[in-house]
Design a protein around this ligand. Structure first.
Ligand SMILES: Cc1cc2nc3c(=O)[nH]c(=O)nc-3n(C[C@H](O)[C@H](O)[C@H](O)COP(=O)(O)OP(=O)(O)OC[C@H]3O[C@@H](n4cnc5c(N)ncnc54)[C@H](O)[C@@H]3O)c2cc1C
Length: 443
């Protein structure tokens, strides 16, 4: 069977559905702000710095002064920005400019953040479900530095599990989203970050962070088990990875969790060590032989710049691939190995790259399995076109849906903006008009 031929055919069929998805009810925004910010490096940097300071600004005047200050550093400003700068010269102008720019940032944030609280988010999450798209809710709030913050994050997770399970009970049946060959798939799905569950996550003393996080993760696992919900543990920077996987496996090995909950971990294909990590995950999953298979979400990794800078600063060897094609190729190798790891694992492919997604679908078909034996995952706001196209083609698709206020969400928002506008990103290349066949070629 010619897998490359299938990949091209699947990629073209999915891409044909993209224009239709623009009019689809789940599409929030037309992406114009994104195209604009990617035009010019200096402008892009100025606007990101502005987005970053927005939550700290105390008034429209304050916002306008910051915006004008950042834009002054951009050498060739397009006419609309010149006009904005002129508004900064008067008090009334700054008021108008500040209000308009705050609305712009909020609008942009709403594309990625589905609600300020779990309750607010249920409208969006329920609507996605009705349009054949499952979700994984993620509570925003980055670095946890105190015990109180860790307790608060754990309490918010507990509340989200409750709210989600309550709401999910009233959703209509969606067989593709709720069942595969391994059995029932929970409707309620929450993604959590171990670094937010403890202020003591330190690579030089991993057992302290692990113990502390275990004290907050264990009650969440119990709650998820009792509610029949899925708990997914996200991956973060490489220095926390061993602690995270060690913690999850140790807890799931405890007797009380043998029958549940449904749980999952994340594998980052940009890590040079990821093939070895996948080996450990598959070995554990086979040995643990839990009532529901462990879901493994394969991603490329969201902390590429951080990992490179951190390693170079300390003179360490860089833990991530430095050529984009190496991450892409490794993603495909890991996809194939994961598919072979069934039935001990469920496979979730999380990417907005049409090649990576079409490759996973074609590889899965080549094993003789039904399309619904893999899950495709996207980030809400970045992968909406793809999610709609996949759902239209009868695939099981899940949108990772962040919940939180703008301040807590800022680091997330900036990461997504960077991802969307990076020159080597698939989404950027596609927006720049690259030929579909070139984008679907083997990396
Ligand atoms: C549902 C979902 C959940 C996610 N959860 C997590 C998570 O828990 N942890 C996490 O880290 N990320 C997570 N991500 C984010 C994910 O890692 C990024 O969305 C992803 O990296 C973007 O990859 P892509 O295949 O969509 O796009 P592409 O454009 O194909 O790939 C971009 C990626 O390639 C890699 N890359 C870029 N430049 C280079 C280079 N020069 N050399 C080598 N590699 C390079 C980077 O990983 C970059 O993000 C999640 C994504 C989704 C969709």
């Amino acid at each position: 069977m010619d897998v490359e031929h299938d990949i091209r055919a699947i990629g073209h069929r999915l891409a044909e559905a993209f224009p239709r998805s623009v009019r689809h009810p789940i599409r929030a925004l037309d992406g114009k702000a994104m195209d604009f910010t990617s035009q010019d490096e200096e402008l892009r940097a100025a606007l990101f710095r502005f987005v970053d300071v927005t939550p700290a600004c105390t008034s429209p005047d304050d916002l306008a002064r910051h915006l004008v200050g950042f834009l002054e550093e951009v050498p060739d400003r397009p006419p609309p920005l010149e006009a904005a700068m002129r508004m900064g010269n008067s008090r009334a102008g700054r008021q108008a400019l500040g209000l308009a720019s705050a609305a712009g940032v909020r609008h942009m944030a709403q594309r990625f953040i589905v609600g300020a609280t779990p309750k607010d988010a249920m409208r969006s999450v329920g609507s996605l479900w009705r349009h054949d798209i499952a979700t994984s809710v993620d509570l925003l709030g980055e670095a946890t530095v105190t015990t109180e913050e860790a307790d608060r994050y754990a309490a918010r997770c507990a509340e989200a599990l409750e709210v989600l399970s309550d709401a999910a009970a009233g959703w209509p049946e969606r067989p593709v989203l709720e069942r595969d060959a391994a059995g029932a798939i929970p409707r309620a799905n929450l993604s959590v970050k171990v670094s937010a569950l403890t202020p003591h996550m330190r690579p030089d003393a991993p057992e302290v962070g692990r113990e502390d996080a275990a004290g907050r993760l264990r009650p969440l696992l119990r709650q998820a088990r009792d509610l029949g919900a899925h708990l997914h543990i996200d991956s973060e920077s490489v220095d926390s990875l061993e602690t995270t996987l060690g913690l999850v496996f140790a807890l799931l090995d405890e007797d009380e969790f043998a029958e549940g909950p449904d749980a999952g971990v994340v594998l980052q294909a940009y890590l040079r060590e990821s093939p070895g990590q996948l080996g450990q995950i598959l070995e554990w999953a086979e040995r643990a032989d839990r009532a529901t298979p462990l879901t493994v979400r394969l991603v490329k990794g969201a902390y590429w710049d951080h990992e490179v800078v951190e390693a170079r600063q300390h003179g360490w060897s860089v833990p991530v691939f430095e050529e984009k094609a190496d991450s892409d190729r490794n993603f495909e190798v890991l996809t194939a190995r994961l598919l072979e790891g069934r039935p001990h694992v469920r496979v979730a492919i999380a990417s907005h790259n049409l090649r990576s997604v079409a490759h996973a679908i074609a590889r899965n078909r080549a094993t003789g399995a039904a399309d619904t034996e893999i899950e495709l995952q996207v980030l809400r706001g970045l992968g909406d076109d793809l999610a709609v196209a996949l759902a239209e083609h009868g695939m099981r698709v899940r949108a990772y849906s962040p919940v939180g206020d703008l301040v807590a969400g800022m680091a997330y928002l900036v990461r997504r903006l960077l991802e969307n506008t990076a020159n080597e990103s698939f989404l950027h290349e596609r927006a720049s008009g690259a030929e579909l066949d070139a984008l679907l070629a083997a990396p």
